[in-house]
Design a protein around this ligand. Structure first.
Ligand code: GLY
Ligand code: MN
Ligand code: MN
Length: 433
């Protein structure tokens, strides 16, 4: 999207917070998959957040101070390359369309940076994100230093620009929320499609194909992360991505899949019976996870800390594990000893945004941070039961996770992914159709 005013505003805000100094923010590199073939190109999230520019080989330079300036370095127009690889803006059109003060060919970056860094007190960059870039910038800073006899000073201070930038990205603006609602809506449609398609004898990858079909059909060309399509015991492998087994009658199917739209992710998990009907044991565990998720969503509101939804989910899960005879003892004892972690070993969510595990600190001054309107996160409790002598056999290999995406509002939260069926009744009705 090329509403340049939006990106100009973000750049101005960042420069204001920088005070005085220069920031150098490159986009992502292209990565080769094998001879002459590349992985689908994905821009760097922070670069895109500040520019809206999606071409590779581009660098944003911000000069903060009394006369703030934003400059883009990008690929030049090149008819020959455009015949083979397609359109590129070139500096002139990019400056015009994306609202930069100036734009230059990427080949001039090093030479111009030596000029631009001169007499700046602070150099901001994504420090440590790419050690080649760190080394390149330090070398250029050295070149500035070498000009000391002409009265030029090199930046004394090197700072990680991501501190300020990630705090900005943590709070989503209206434009971002609108894009995330669209990513969520397409991903919900894909989950519904998968539920209607799945049946005993199908392969996990065939279900994955249905998800991809719905994403791409609706214009979401990329997954936000590799889909997990895990039948039966595979659901107890948290990062299962082989997706190559046959679905069996009587098993559950866990699908964790979401698409990316305009650089923003959705991240949804649903778990449902392959044959369309929950067994009594599956239903018992499912209702516990669903109740835990409801409790976590209810705890997602301004004023509560980041940890409140997790604590709420863990409490319900732990009581459920006691009721299901997965654990013994008292609720307080289970919470204290954390014995629930045998069946629930991950946390209840993460920030969500341009990155599926989005940026932003979870603690401030060593305390869980408070939730604020505009923060977006996942709520994803689960329960994973591996076979063991001390576990009732009816519960073996049940792996369940229910994951929604939510945006914190003034009074609570908006569930962005409510259109993916979640109750036992909703799922069974959709699957009978
Ligand atoms: N799909 C990644 C996650 O749920 O965190
Ligand atoms: Mn997630
Ligand atoms: Mn997920």
């Amino acid at each position: 999207m090329t509403d340049s005013a939006l990106y100009q505003r973000r750049r101005a805000q960042l420069m204001q917070q920088m005070g005085r100094g220069i920031a150098v923010i490159p986009t992502a590199e292209e990565v080769e998959r094998n001879g002459d073939t590349h992985y689908a190109y994905r821009h760097d999230s922070s670069f895109y957040y500040l520019t809206g520019f999606t071409e590779p080989e581009a660098v944003l330079v911000l000069i903060a101070g009394d006369a703030p300036q934003s400059l883009l370095f990008c690929r030049e127009k090149n008819l020959e390359r455009e015949i083979w690889d397609g359109f590129r803006h070139g500096p002139d059109a990019a400056r015009e369309q994306f609202g930069f003060d100036a734009a230059h060919p990427i080949a001039q970056l090093d030479e111009k940076l030596v000029e631009l860094m001169s007499n700046q007190p602070t150099l901001y960059c994504p420090l440590g994100a790419d050690t080649n870039w760190d080394a390149r910038l330090l070398k250029l800073r050295g070149a500035v230093q070498a000009k000391v006899r002409s009265g030029v000073r090199a930046p004394d201070e090197l700072r990680d620009v991501r501190g300020v930038l990630h705090e900005m990205r943590l709070i989503k603006d209206d434009h971002e929320l609108a894009v995330m609602r669209r990513a969520a809506a397409i991903s919900c449609a894909a989950h519904r499609r998968a539920m209607q398609f799945a049946r005993p004898g199908q392969f996990e990858y065939a279900v994955e194909a249905e998800l991809l079909h719905e994403f791409v059909r609706q214009g979401a060309r990329h997954q936000a992360y590799p889909a997990i399509v895990a039948g039966g015991a595979n659901a107890c492998v948290l990062h299962y991505v082989s997706n190559d087994q046959k679905l069996r009658d009587g098993d559950l199917l866990l699908i964790d899949a979401g698409c990316e739209v305009d650089g923003y992710a959705a991240d949804i998990t649903r778990t449902f019976p392959v044959n369309g009907r929950f067994s009594p044991a599956q239903r018992d565990v499912y209702e516990v996870v669903l109740a835990a998720q409801s409790a976590a969503i209810a705890a997602t509101r301004p004023g509560n800390t980041w940890d409140a939804p997790h604590a709420a989910a863990v409490r319900v899960l732990a009581q459920g594990m006691l009721d299901l005879k997965l654990l013994s003892g008292s609720l307080d004892g289970v919470l204290e000893s954390e014995s629930y972690k045998r069946f629930y070993m991950h946390r209840t969510g993460h920030w969500l945004g341009m990155d599926v595990h989005d940026v932003g600190d979870y603690k401030v001054d060593n305390h869980w941070r408070h939730l604020h309107p505009g923060m977006t996160l996942t709520i994803e409790p689960g329960c994973y039961i591996r076979p063991a002598a001390d576990i009732p056999e009816a519960l073996w290999n049940i792996g369940i996770r229910i994951e929604d995406d939510v945006a914190v509002t003034e009074t609570g939260c908006e569930v962005l992914t409510a259109d993916a069926p979640k109750t036992v009744a909703e799922i069974e009705i959709l699957m009978q159709r």
